[in-house]
Ligand binder design. Structure first.
Ligand SMILES: [Zn+2]
Ligand SMILES: [Zn+2]
Length: 258
């Protein structure tokens, strides 16, 4: 089986056919789903989906793009829930930063504050972290080490293939690989894949985004993790069945689910 470790099922693009999406995935061997927290406005929806589906779990967190919401989210209301498996997605994302030098500096500092606060929550509640990093590898790594994020570990979701981050494997971090691996321009990730410790490799869609080949341009969905597994199998020259077993065991261990 495959576990989709990062799927935004609370996104409105799944509103109309959520049950069909899940059923297609199950039939294709995708048997567990983790909804990361991102935008507080859909958190209750994520909880409801997890409550009404045995195989769906959720995380509570604020994405760097939505960090203004951070202080208003009552994390305590969610972390104790039996289906809450992680804190995140949280992290640093410098991709969209714009403005004057001072504005950019201030924005980075605020992102760091909100990320650090979520690392502290993860440690307090002993939950792994779902970490989102874009154009901010070095700052993220420094902050994670300074904050002892290794106490709880977690996943670097949509791993950006930056080799500087690979040593976080020693801090209990896993590496989430998704549709990007199948893109023609994914040379960096293709090259770094074999350097990820096998016991730290997990699979994700990040749906509705980052749809793998041959479905690019369409909405992504959990069934398509099968294309990612296939690509990993080809690149690492490991039988597909083994890729599925390995990444499933890793994901179960990371999120403490069965
Ligand atoms: Zn993300
Ligand atoms: Zn995401």
């Amino acid at each position: 089986m495959i576990i989709d470790t990062h799927i935004h099922l609370d996104d409105k693009r799944y509103d109309e056919d959520l049950e069909e999406v899940l059923e297609r995935a199950r039939e294709g061997g995708v048997k567990r789903f983790v909804i990361p927290g991102a935008d507080a406005s859909t958190l209750d929806k994520a909880v409801k989906i997890a409550e009404s589906h045995k195989d769906v779990f959720f995380a509570v967190g604020i994405h760097p793009y939505d960090m203004a919401q951070f202080d208003s989210v009552a994390f305590e209301n969610y972390v104790g829930h039996e289906k809450c498996v992680a804190i995140g997605e949280c992290g640093l994302d410098y991709f969209r930063l714009e403005g004057s030098e001072e504005e950019i500096f201030a924005e980075k500092e605020e992102q760091k504050r909100v990320f650090k606060a979520q690392i502290e929550l993860a440690k307090k509640y002993k939950k792994p972290l779902i970490v989102h990093i874009r154009d901010a590898s070095h700052d993220s790594k420094v902050l994670m080490l300074e904050s002892n994020a290794g106490e709880v570990g977690g996943v670097l979701h949509c791993f950006n293939a930056d080799e500087e981050l690979l040593s976080l494997a020693n801090e209990g971090f896993y590496f989430g690989v998704g549709g990007v691996l199948t893109f023609k321009n994914a040379k960096k990730l293709v090259n770094v894949l074999s350097k990820i410790p096998k016991e730290k490799l997990i699979i994700e869609t990040d749906g509705p985004y980052l749809t793998p080949t041959p479905h690019r341009g369409e909405r992504n969905e959990p069934l398509y993790t099968t294309f990612v597994a296939q690509k990993i199998s080809e690149l690492l020259e490991i039988p597909l069945k083994e890729v599925k077993e390995l990444t499933t065991q890793n994901a179960l261990k990371l999120f403490h689910i069965s």
